[in-house]
Design a protein around this ligand. Sequence first.
Ligand SMILES: C[S@@+](CC[C@H](N)C(=O)[O-])C[C@H]1O[C@@H](n2cnc3c(N)ncnc32)[C@H](O)[C@@H]1O
Length: 250
Amino acid sequence: MQSAQQPAQSATPTASVDARPAEARDKYRFVGPVYDLLSAFYSGKAIHEAKVAMLDEAHLKAGDSVLFAGVGHGKDAIHAAERGARVTVIDLSETMLRKFDDELVKQGKTHLDIRRVQADIFKFEEFAQYDMVVGNFFLNVFSEDMMDRVLKQLIDLAKEDGKIVVGDFALPQGNILRRQFQKAYWYVAVSLFWLTAGNALHNIYDYPAAMRRAGLEIKSIKRFSFAGLANYWSILGDKAAVAPAAKQAA
Ligand SMILES: C[S@@+](CC[C@H](N)C(=O)[O-])C[C@H]1O[C@@H](n2cnc3c(N)ncnc32)[C@H](O)[C@@H]1O
């Protein structure tokens, strides 16, 4: 494993408050250590299933280069590396990357060849290098405008014929009661991360629509249920279909 690019830190030794710019603070320092525990409590196995849904034989081959953006504790990235992928993980949060290291040790997988980068996704410029770029529960962190920009960055990091995978909360479906339950369920999570990590507070995003807007062709959508509600999905988009005009504008 190797690490690269530390975010800039500008705190003075005598300052009694955290004087670093907002983007340099570790927003996950409080909730990060218990992130995966909360997610298991909140969704059973459904979140994990959504995160690894597209890392199967149909979509991932041994030797593929895969980038996990906003990797968090990274059980999905470890799964991909075990399947023979050449994995790079990136996260802005030192706390999350420490938990990723802990997870490798816990699973006895420190021998896996995983490159570890601490950086802002916008400062990561390995464009057109990855067969697959995975953003699991990453895009929901951002406001809608910013989410479109982050998605574009993920697409730019993928090779010309690469794949983009987004695992996240699914748009509510079914009758009005089910849809209201699903929305309420989402607002429990988004409010917690708004309060503890300063994430954007917003409705559930229509990721397939955002991916199509960005020029991707949606190849597969898989849904995952918890408590009888199909709360999560994993969406696989194909970059080969990005229209030439969109590529030129990029
Ligand atoms: C909601 S968590 C998801 C973590 C993980 N992918 C998962 O599914 O459990 C979002 C992650 O994105 C990271 N993150 C937020 N903004 C980022 C940025 N601009 N660049 C890189 N990582 C970022 C956070 O530190 C956090 O680990």
